[in-house]
Design a binder for this molecule. Structure first.
Ligand code: ADP
Ligand code: MG
Length: 248
């Protein structure tokens, strides 16, 4: 691939993070190019969530550099705000506001952060709710929806901010099995539309279908980076072999 400097949308350089005494991220290096789809996997507790939460500064790193769309993440609140406008995030547990309708959940950030007029924000929200195939749920509350529907609302809500990069943290692992597919289908469509995506997931079918690279983390380090085919069929490190033998 012809890589120019400005094609790199997310860059982690020698990133280290501690929770108190616990060294959770150790010299993490990662470059993500525009449009790239990256799947991150690894054992529970290996630092996957922490790493992606550092990218939109839900967690703070203590050493090394993180650059997102050309902005370096420091304690400067303006930089953090800037980066969060460009980076959407979808969590395992949806994190919708229970007292707001689906439509209101989707309009909140465009109205309050981007100062989009309400009518315009609602039209945009309806467009994305159609895209995730639940426009008929717009006036319901999250508690009235299935898990799969709630997660699709969470994806639509993120898209309403027109993010340049989407972060997903195990978006299907809290769902009943029959709802996983409907969420993955939406994610595959998004991936095919060219958005840059970092996704923590153990859904191998998804990884094989969309990932340009699979990143395997263990004990706070990136242990292996590979194509999905190579990673799943011919893992290089002992730790990834052990991990795959446990999830397959
Ligand atoms: P993963 O997403 O790969 O399961 P996490 O990034 O959630 O891993 O956590 C990595 C390690 O850091 C785990 O040992 C976890 O217990 C610890 N950890 C996560 N969040 C905190 C926190 N806020 N304070 C202290 N330790 C934490
Ligand atoms: Mg996690």
């Amino acid at each position: 691939m012809n890589t120019q400097k400005n094609d790199i949308v997310v860059e982690l350089k020698d990133v280290n993070k501690w929770y108190g005494e616990f060294h959770v991220l150790k010299e993490v290096n990662l470059q993500v190019r525009r449009g790239e789809k990256i799947v991150i996997c690894g054992p529970s507790g290996s630092g996957k969530s922490t790493m992606i939460r550092c990218i939109n500064r839900l967690e703070e790193h203590q050493a090394g550099d993180i650059n997102v769309m050309g902005t370096k993440l420091t304690g400067d609140l303006r930089n953090i705000e800037h980066v969060r406008r460009d980076v959407g995030m979808v969590f395992q547990h949806f994190n919708l506001f229970p007292h707001l309708t689906v439509l209101e959940n989707c309009c909140l950030a465009p109205i309050w952060v981007k100062k989009t007029p309400r009518k315009e924000a609602e039209a945009l929200a309806m467009k994305y709710l159609e895209r995730v195939r639940i426009p008929d749920q717009a006036h319901k509350y999250p508690g009235q929806l299935s898990g799969g529907q709630q997660q699709r609302v969470a994806i639509a809500r993120s898209l309403c901010m027109s993010p340049q990069v989407m972060l997903f943290d195990e978006p299907t692992s809290a769902l009943d099995p029959e709802m996983v597919r409907e969420v993955l289908d939406v994610m595959v469509e998004l991936a095919n539309e060219g958005i840059t995506m970092l996704c923590v997931t153990h859904e191998m079918g998804f990884a094989k279908q969309v990932a340009d690279r699979v990143i395997f983390m263990d004990r706070g380090q990136i242990v292996e980076e590979n194509t999905p085919e190579e990673f799943f069929n011919n893992p290089q490190s002992e730790r990834s072999k052990l991990f795959l033998s446990q999830i397959l």
